[in-house]
Design a protein around this ligand. Structure first.
Ligand SMILES: [Zn+2]
Length: 400
């Protein structure tokens, strides 16, 4: 099985981010494979200044070059784009086998990235190769991009910024059961509460930043409760456990204090906010600013610095009746199953295409239970094969 052979090679190359290394080596495996089938292959590097603008000084020194694969076949007519990402999250603890060695057992293929998203890369690449000679009256573009797990602005985001366009797209970075038409977006910010240090034996001379921060945490917890009633009109994948996409706010990290006998002069909290397609970044930012301003009005001693990370993955929704959605559903029906039309709670690179009004279906090879981002991640061998077939079928319909 071609998909398994290719996946075996890719899993063995560590493309975990952070830091993000070996991207070109992994992309070469796929590029060489497609070049043999008549694709014109190009490796597009993300310039240093773009990388620095996105990550600042956050990238470790041993991070590698940011590079993306663009492979094209056919010309004229309309263009279909197939995309998946080559980077993975680090393995983390708890693995019972080597995360960088593909291991088959009971119809499952284990290894970091098998579901998210090297499985997506190989399923698309194999379908593209099988179909390459049949691309007439149009163009097929295959891209494998980097840095999706850290926001995608240096991966697919960069290619789109640089002018990559198409008429329709598939992004294989989701569930095999779903034809994804929408996704939530992500916003990150920090609140640094500034107090005043003093000796703990005379604490009335200081301002306790941790105590002040606890009031901020409380207020953000209340905001999260309020958000939980703000439902999207987009149905969610039933496997996610909720009926509709919903926003959320998580106080994810807290750091403060100097020593046991010092009144803490600083305390920083890091917050993750998820936005539904009906929300936008500016409104969400204003909502948070308002919550904090209200606290400051009540407490003149509360001093803080609020910093938002630059936006990367944003929320989006494409029209449900887009032709590509219909074709994707139809291509599965021909195989014998019907995908659910729904939105995803997680962030995806599809947003960069949707922003340019390109109808994009988010699909993929993963399922709930495949331990995506966890220990012993796997993909069902059958899913890999079936998804690849469905994509091939879709191309038959698209280029008919
Ligand atoms: Zn992914």
């Amino acid at each position: 099985m071609e998909e398994k052979r290719l996946l075996d090679e890719l899993v063995a190359i560590d493309t975990c981010v952070p830091p993000g290394r070996n991207y070109e080596r992994a992309l070469k495996v796929v590029g060489d494979y497609l070049e043999g089938a008549g694709f014109q292959v190009e490796y597009v590097k993300t310039p240093e200044e773009v990388v620095r603008e996105v990550f600042g000084d956050k990238l470790p020194k041993d991070a590698g070059e940011r590079v993306n694969l663009v492979a094209r076949v056919g010309q004229g007519g309309r263009t279909l784009l197939l995309n998946a990402h080559i980077d993975t999250v680090p393995p983390g603890p708890g693995w019972t086998r080597n995360p960088f060695e593909l291991f088959e057992e009971g119809g499952k293929l284990y290894g970091r990235g098998t579901s998210d998203d090297k499985g997506g890369v190989v399923a698309l690449a194999c379908a593209a190769k099988r179909f390459a000679s049949k691309v007439v009256n149009g163009s097929l573009v295959f891209t494998a991009t980097c840095d999706e797990e850290v926001g995608g602005r240096t991966g697919l985001g960069y290619l789109v910024q640089k002018g990559l366009r198409c008429d329709d797209a598939l992004v294989a970075d989701g569930s095999i059961r779903v034809a994804g038409i929408a996704a939530n977006g992500c916003m990150r910010f920090s609140v640094k509460v500034i107090g005043k240090a003093a000796h703990a034996s005379r604490n009335w001379l200081g301002i306790n930043a941790i105590e002040k921060a606890s009031v901020v945490v409380q207020a953000l917890t209340e905001l999260n409760k309020k958000l939980s009633s703000r439902l999207s009109s987009v149905p969610a994948d039933p496997e996610s456990g909720v009926k509709f996409l919903r926003p959320s706010l998580t106080v994810a990290m807290i750091q403060g204090g100097v020593k046991e006998n010092v009144v803490p002069p600083e305390c920083t909290i890091i917050v993750d906010r998820r936005l539904i397609p009906e929300e936008n970044f500016e409104e969400a930012r204003l909502e948070i600013q308002t919550v904090l301003e209200e606290l400051r009005k009540k407490d003149a001693q509360l001093k803080y610095q609020l910093d938002f990370e630059p936006q990367n993955h944003f929320s989006f929704k494409i029209p449900e009746d887009s032709e590509i959605v219909k074709l994707y559903v139809k291509s599965w029906e021909d195989i014998g199953s019907t995908p659910i039309i729904a939105g995803g709670l997680g962030c995806v690179d599809s947003c960069y295409l949707a922003k340019e009004h390109i109808p994009v279906v988010t699909c993929g090879v993963s399922r709930a239970g495949n331990s995506v981002h966890g220990a012993d991640e796997f993909v069902y061998k059958e899913d890999l094969e079936k998804f690849s077939k469905a994509v091939e079928k879709l191309m038959t319909l698209y280029f008919a």
